[in-house]
Ligand binder design. Structure first.
Ligand SMILES: Cc1cc2nc3c(=O)[nH]c(=O)nc-3n(C[C@H](O)[C@H](O)[C@H](O)COP(=O)(O)OP(=O)(O)OC[C@H]3O[C@@H](n4cnc5c(N)ncnc54)[C@H](O)[C@@H]3O)c2cc1C
Ligand SMILES: NC(=O)c1ccc[n+]([C@@H]2O[C@H](COP(=O)([O-])OP(=O)(O)OC[C@H]3O[C@@H](n4cnc5c(N)ncnc54)[C@H](O)[C@@H]3O)[C@@H](O)[C@H]2O)c1
Length: 468
């Protein structure tokens, strides 16, 4: 077994795997170190299982809007079984085979930096192996759930994204702390799969507070109709759980406490940089690894260290981590050849990453919100349109509700951001991503004619509302 490679990647999530793929395509040798499962959080405890849990709920909502169709109760056991299939039974043999087919060496164990270009791996059997990189080391260790320091919370061993996405039974009464993406998706999944009482405690004034305000408002309406209790401007004072895994009591600053069978904490992420040896190369521990637009860590002598995906804190999304990884792998290969390719840069991140929140309604956004665009100093005009008024949307079912917003840069007549909040809007988003990142002038966009009767006619309506 060689111990020297051109590139060593720590973390075999979607970001790490893609760095290896691109670096090897670029003519380099590579090894990837993974302490748990190849495929990372995304494949086993995040994107894939959460979407497998949400799919029947999405479909049930669609069916309920079409007169003449009816659906019995959702069989939660079958949904959980399909989730298990989607995560390959928590077995990464297929992913490991893929890494080896790249070809790259898969090293199972915990990796940490041990000085410049050196990675020390503690294998499953406790042995130590030191790997040396000729060109670069790439950190792709992802992130872990952040647990607030609320009294009693950590001691109560609450669910995080890990446990909720891997649930083997649906709690009768669930309290969710947080109003972001994980909180919204998982509250709807658990409620749809049978939780009788679901309460979402949101510290701020609305759900999804980084998105356009109407998105969280529409989602809150949908939650209320489904019987999910959303409490905004609500903090948690303390938590009690006398028996491990038993009933949990959530005390609020005012009013009666909440009793629940399970508590989910969804209050954001922490970069996985603890015990990663960052101090051995002069970087602060326990913080996101700051990178430049070529994904190279700043402040490391020799420029051999890179960081992609959640660990650099730029955009906590799988597709953005994979995009950064493609850029990073190509950059490392180009630099190894001696090419300095200024075109190879993370440009997409700067426009505002596309994101779909897989709730009903789906919340889909790319680029800047109105607030962010104004804060960045653009001269902005905002165009809103009721998506339920588009013929294609009406035909999808009764009571189809939704709203779209386009944020226009009035000086350049291009889109700075687009948000759709409506059922099934996910597949509309990429058109918006193209328009925003390619900065398509509105008078060119006008000639992109959407088919009748599709929901895509929202594009025509937005442009008409703008005055074209
Ligand atoms: C519930 C949930 C749902 C989500 N849904 C979506 C979604 O639908 N779409 C989307 O785009 N994003 C989604 N995300 C975000 C997405 O999961 C992350 O952005 C993505 O997983 C980041 O990829 P990554 O490769 O950077 O890290 P990860 O997927 O976290 O992988 C990092 C890997 O590194 C390994 N590792 C860590 N430290 C070490 C070490 N020292 N040595 C060896 N190995 C190590 C870990 O074991 C892990 O396998 C979701 C997140 C959550 C929590
Ligand atoms: N469909 C998707 O694309 C998808 C799905 C799930 C997660 N993700 C990604 O994973 C990341 C993590 O998601 P998340 O929902 O954990 O984080 P988030 O940043 O989206 O939301 C965190 C929420 O917790 C609240 N909060 C923070 N500290 C708190 C505290 N002490 N008490 C109460 N509330 C507190 C915040 O106000 C916010 O509402 C996100 O960046 C998201 O992009 C993406």
């Amino acid at each position: 077994m060689a111990d020297e490679f051109d590139v060593i990647v720590i973390g075999a999530g979607p970001a790490g795997e893609n760095v290896v793929d691109r670096a090897v395509r670029g003519g380099l040798t590579a090894a990837i170190v993974e302490e748990r499962l190849a495929g990372g959080e995304c494949s086993y405890w995040a994107c894939v299982p959460s979407k497998a849990l949400l799919r029947p709920i999405d479909l049930a909502a669609e069916v309920s809007r079409v007169p003449g169709l009816s659906l019995g109760p959702i069989d939660a056991a079958k949904v959980l079984a399909r989730r298990d299939e989607a995560v390959s039974g928590y077995d990464d043999a297929g992913q490991v085979r893929w890494v080896e087919s790249v070809p790259a060496e898969f090293v199972r164990g915990r990796g940490r930096l041990d000085g410049p270009k050196r990675v020390r791996v503690t294998t499953e059997t406790g042995e130590e192996r030191v790997l040396t990189a000729r060109q670069a080391v790439v950190l792709a260790t992802g992130s872990t759930a952040a647990i607030p320091r609320t009294p009693g919370l950590a001691e109560a061993s609450p669910w995080t994204s890990h446990e909720v996405t891997a649930a083997t039974a649906i709690p009768e009464r669930l309290v969710v702390i947080g109003g972001g993406v994980v909180a919204c998706e998982m509250a709807q999944a658990m409620h749809g799969l049978g939780a009788r009482q679901t309460t979402v405690l949101v510290r701020g004034g609305r759900l999804l507070n980084r998105m356009e305000p109407f998105a969280g408002e529409l989602l809150a309406e949908s939650f209320a109709e489904a019987g999910i209790d959303v409490r905004t401007n609500t903090d948690v004072a303390r938590v009690e759980r006398p028996e491990p895994g038993g009933k949990v009591t959530v005390h609020l600053p005012e009013g009666p406490p909440l009793e629940a069978d399970e508590l989910l904490v969804a209050t954001g992420r922490h970069p996985a940089t603890r015990n990663l040896g960052l101090a051995s190369v002069g970087l602060p521990e326990d913080k996101p690894v700051e990178v430049d637009d070529s994904l190279r860590a700043t402040g490391v002598e020799g420029g051999w260290l890179y960081a992609v995906g959640d660990v650099n804190g730029r955009a906590l999304l799988t597709h953005m981590g994979k995009y950064q990884a493609r850029v990073c792998g190509d950059v490392i290969a180009a630099r190894a050849r001696g090419d300095e390719l200024p075109a190879m840069r993370d440009l997409a991140g700067g426009y505002g990453a596309p994101q779909v929140v897989f709730t009903d309604p789906q919340i889909c956004a790319v680029g800047r919100t109105e607030e962010a665009a104004r804060a960045d100093g653009f001269r902005v005009r905002v165009v809103d349109y009721d998506m339920g008024a588009v013929t294609g949307a009406y035909l999808l079912g009764d009571g189809y509700r939704g709203k779209a917003r386009a944020v226009v840069d009035e000086d350049r007549k291009v889109l700075l951001g687009v948000t759709f909040a409506s059922p099934g809007a996910a597949e509309l988003l990429h058109a918006a991503t193209i328009a925003v990142t390619a900065e398509v002038p509105l008078d060119r966009l006008w000639h992109a004619v959407p088919s009748f009767p599709t929901v895509s006619e929202i594009w025509l309506r937005l442009l008409e509302a703008y005055g074209l």
